[in-house]
Design a protein. Structure first.
Length: 133
């Protein structure tokens, strides 16, 4: 299971006008059409190349923010009823179950690292070196 990027969410200018149809003479400026992009989103493009594991350039060390994102994502999956890949042994909190899966290299997630606009690397969480907390 991969940590996938989600599609862009556009704020429609027409929706804003429908909500604010009062004829007040406000001196407020209209909000421009903005695009919200999730930081871990893969754009749909046929020009993206996935680097082979032997040709990766990025480090195999997991940053603390990546580790916390992995734990949070996996804990959310476990909390929603996903299959556990380790024995819970009395652990009732999804966060602890997620951390146990990651530490025992049983996590089904992967990380996508964007090296350049056209090149990405995919790392399995189980093959990365975890931070010492």
């Amino acid at each position: 299971m991969n940590v996938q990027r989600q599609p862009d969410t556009n704020v429609s200018r027409e929706d804003e006008e429908d909500e604010d149809e009062d004829d007040d003479d406000d001196d407020t400026k209209p909000i421009a059409n903005k695009t919200k992009r999730v930081s871990h989103q893969i754009p749909d493009s046929s020009e993206i190349k996935i680097t082979t594991p032997s040709n990766r350039n990025t480090s195999e060390y997991t940053a603390i923010y990546e580790y916390s994102m992995i734990v949070g994502t996996r804990a959310m999956h476990i909390g929603q009823g996903s299959v556990l890949y380790t024995d819970p042994q009395g652990l009732h909190d999804p966060r602890y179950n997620a951390r146990k899966e990651i530490n025992e290299n049983m996590c089904p997630l992967s990380i996508t690292c964007k090296v350049s606009p056209s090149i990405i690397e995919i790392w399995e969480v189980n093959e990365m070196i975890k931070p010492q907390l």
